[in-house]
Write a protein that binds this ligand. Structure first.
Ligand SMILES: NC(=O)c1ccc[n+]([C@@H]2O[C@H](COP(=O)([O-])OP(=O)(O)OC[C@H]3O[C@@H](n4cnc5c(N)ncnc54)[C@H](OP(=O)(O)O)[C@@H]3O)[C@@H](O)[C@H]2O)c1
Length: 242
């Protein structure tokens, strides 16, 4: 018998791939995002409940806690930004927004779901989203690299604090074909050249990332906590030439 999983960003490329895989396995779901039409469409497809809200508005977290249900077996925070700019062009607003959406939002999501995650009769599981940009240095990534490194730190701290009742892990993807990456991938030449930079020479697909998330949420991952796991075609750790 599966529990209920709360997915922030459940209408997004990766979040919806996770939602579809969980639905196939029989999990109940509650989804969160800003666009009501996109959410309603996937909620109807997966026969699930949802909350329309912006994680930059703190009231969203209390609303989600009230609407997601009293007991949760898992939480996924798959909300993010890609704001690539040279350092001189990054404003305080850019840094603050990237931090709020990626890191502070993740912390508030877990904080407000804590009572429901603790009520689950077995171990609960939290999956957060870091990035390859928190593991390897990329030009123009100062703001997002900083925010995603905060997510990795958050995952480790929470995993220690919430053990053994709640497992907490983060996934660090490389560039994956979703709406978030559209701006980068709309240039075919650039997309091909980034794909080639991976030892497994292609871009990520949402299902590549969702497979690990679903594994981490389930009982087969019951002894895995406090990990930041890469799904990146080997890009962060391997050099195949030179
Ligand atoms: N795609 C990549 O290449 C890549 C690489 C590394 C890490 N990641 C991380 O993977 C996670 C999932 O990204 P994705 O590629 O699936 O992105 P995506 O397709 O753009 O989906 C993002 C989801 O988050 C929701 N969202 C965005 N801003 C929000 C806000 N302020 N308040 C509430 N909901 C918000 C979106 O819905 P609405 O638009 O309706 O709000 C959507 O459901 C993110 O944490 C991202 O940083 C992605």
């Amino acid at each position: 018998m599966h529990g209920k999983i709360l997915i922030y960003g459940g209408s997004g490329g990766i979040g919806s791939a996770i939602a579809r895989k969980l639905h196939e396995k029989g999990y109940a779901l509650h989804l969160v995002g800003r666009d009501p039409d996109r959410l309603a469409s996937i909620a109807q497809e997966l026969e699930t409940t949802f909350t329309v809200g912006d994680v930059e508005d703190d009231a969203t977290f209390a609303q989600v806690a009230a609407e997601a249900g009293d007991v949760l077996s898992g939480l996924v925070y798959a909300v993010g930004t890609i704001n690539l700019r040279a350092l001189p062009r990054l404003t305080e607003t850019d840094f603050t927004r990237d931090f709020r959406v990626n890191a502070l939002g993740a912390a508030r999501a877990v904080q407000t779901a804590l009572p429901a995650l603790k009520k689950n009769t077995t171990t609960s599981s939290v999956v957060l989203f870091s990035s390859i940009a928190a593991i390897q240095g990329f030009a123009l990534h100062a703001s997002i690299g900083m925010a995603k490194a905060a997510v990795s730190g958050l995952a480790l701290s929470l995993a220690a604090e919430l053990a053994p009742k709640i497992r907490v892990n983060a996934i660090a993807p490389s560039l994956t074909r979703t709406g978030l990456a559209d701006g980068i991938l709309s240039n075919d030449q650039m997309a091909a050249s980034i794909a080639k930079a991976h030892p497994i020479p292609r871009l990520g697909e949402p299902t590549d990332i969702a497979s690990l998330a679903v594994f981490l949420l389930g009982a087969d991952a019951d002894w895995i906590t406090g990990q930041v796991m890469s799904v990146d075609g080997g890009r962060s750790t391997l050099r195949t030439v030179g």
